[in-house]
Structures are given as structure tokens and as C-alpha cells.
Design a protein around this ligand. Structure first.
Ligand code: DC
Length: 224
């Protein structure tokens, strides 16, 4: 990280990491790095290739064909380029979510994406969100936050978000997906989802967006 400041936000899907990290990046003048988008991009490529998303050897063999770039548009929105194609919107479907969760359990995939993440923190002051930022990617981050909310509350938020985007689904399916991904992300052997020992725990179940932002703003201001 050299002389840059890094804020790591980890937690399960739907806890509000990306929304809150984006708000905090704006407030504190940091670059927001959404690392889930990297795993999603690998997940999309794997689905398109027809290789099973849990097929470790098959997915590893695809990696040399994958070139991922992260770009920031004028509004500071992170765009994902997969071999030159802008896949920013394509990686947001439930199918790609599950593929991302699967490929993220594979050690070669994690190794493949590690440098890209660390390079960002070397170049900029970053707020980076993911599952293993405070534990593996940036263990020296000055601020570490572990953001949680109950599975039901996270499913409620995700369901609303999908509906607003016009994705057809029902609440029970979203809840099951969240619970399955929680199990997948927390039980994998490599870089499982768990709080770093020095992370500040932050539960947003009972808080709306503004209330949650106040919680993390205070944590960041106290630690930065
Ligand atoms: O944050 P997200 O839902 O976009 O992440 C998609 C998947 O990628 C998620 O199921 C777990 C995985 N992931 C990971 O293993 N490590 C990260 N740093 C970020 C995401």
C-alpha cells in the first residue's frame, strides 16, 4: 500500500458493502474497488465457455485466455472489461452470482486475481470490498470493517434491488441463493469469508442506509 490509505470492507452478500463503500469513497475521496466484480467476470467467462464452474482444472485452463481490466468512468463508476468487452451490466445476473461464488472457491482463480487487487491499493487510496480483503488481500489496511446483516434482511434488500432492475424473481429464491452463497463463501478452504481479528464488526440489520452509513463513517473517522 506504500503511502496510500486502504479501507477494507468484508462481509456476506447483500450486507450493503458496495452501496456503503461507494458512499464512503465519495465522502472521503477514495477510489471504490468492487472485487466481487472480478470473480463475477471470471464466472461469466466460465459460463460462456461451457466449462463447469466447479471444475477446478477446467476453470484453471481458461485463466490464460482471460484479460480483465477495471476502468473508472467520469462518474467514478467501475467498468469491467473482459477481453476488451464491457461486461459491467452482464455480470449482475443471479446466474453469474452463483458462478462467481463457485469459481471464487478455486485457488488458481484467487491467485489469478490477487495482484490486480493489490495493484489498485498501491496506486490509489482505496475502499475495497469483498470477502477476504482484510484477511488476505490487504492485511495491512488501516481500517477494516466486517459488515453483516441477517440473511432474511439481506435477501429483502437484494430482492428489492433485483426487482428495481427488472430481473424477475421471487423472495424465497433470493433467500435460498443468499443462504447457499453464504455457505459456499464461508465454508471454502481458501480465503473463506471471516472477519479479520482486527476488524470492527458492523451489523446493519436494524439500520436503514443513512443509519448504516453513519456507523461506518464513525468507524472510518476514528481509525483513519
Ligand atoms: O460481492 P459479490 O456478491 O459481487 O461477489 C461475488 C462472489 O465472489 C461471492 O459469492 C464471493 C466471491 N468473492 C470472493 O470470494 N472474494 C472477494 N474478495 C469478493 C467476492
Amino acid at each position: 500500500m506504500d503511502n496510500h490509505i486502504a479501507i477494507a470492507i468484508d462481509g456476506p452478500s447483500g450486507a450493503g458493502k458496495s452501496t456503503l463503500a461507494r458512499m464512503a469513497a465519495k465522502r472521503f475521496g477514495f477510489i471504490y474497488v468492487d472485487t466481487g466484480a472480478l470473480y463475477r467476470t471470471v464466472g461469466l467467462y466460465t459460463l460462456r465457455s461451457g466449462v463447469g464452474t466447479r471444475d477446478a482444472q477446467g476453470v484453471a485452463a481458461l485463466l490464460p485466455e482471460i484479460h480483465i481490466e477495471m476502468r473508472y468512468d467520469g462518474e467514478g463508476v467501475q467498468r469491467m472489461l473482459l477481453n476488451g468487452e464491457d461486461v459491467t451490466d452482464l455480470i449482475r445476473t443471479p446466474e453469474v452470482s452463483m458462478a462467481a461464488s463457485d469459481v471464487s472457491a478455486l485457488p488458481p482463480v484467487r491467485a489469478f486475481l490477487l495482484d490486480t487487487q493489490r495493484e489498485m491499493a498501491k496506486k490509489y487510496d482505496v475502499i475495497m470490498d469483498g470477502r477476504d480483503i482484510g484477511t488476505v488481500v490487504l492485511p495491512e489496511a488501516q481500517v477494516k470493517i466486517f459488515l453483516t446483516a441477517s440473511a432474511r434482511e439481506r435477501a429483502r434488500r437484494r430482492f428489492r434491488e433485483l426487482r428495481e432492475r427488472g430481473v424477475e424473481t421471487d423472495f424465497e429464491t433470493v433467500l435460498q441463493d443468499i443462504e447457499l452463497r453464504d455457505r459456499n463463501d464461508s465454508s471454502r478452504e481458501i480465503a473463506p469469508l471471516r472477519p479479520a481479528p482486527d476488524a470492527v464488526m458492523c451489523d446493519t440489520t436494524e439500520h436503514d442506509l443513512d443509519g448504516s452509513f453513519e456507523l461506518i463513517r464513525e468507524i472510518i473517522e476514528a481509525k483513519k
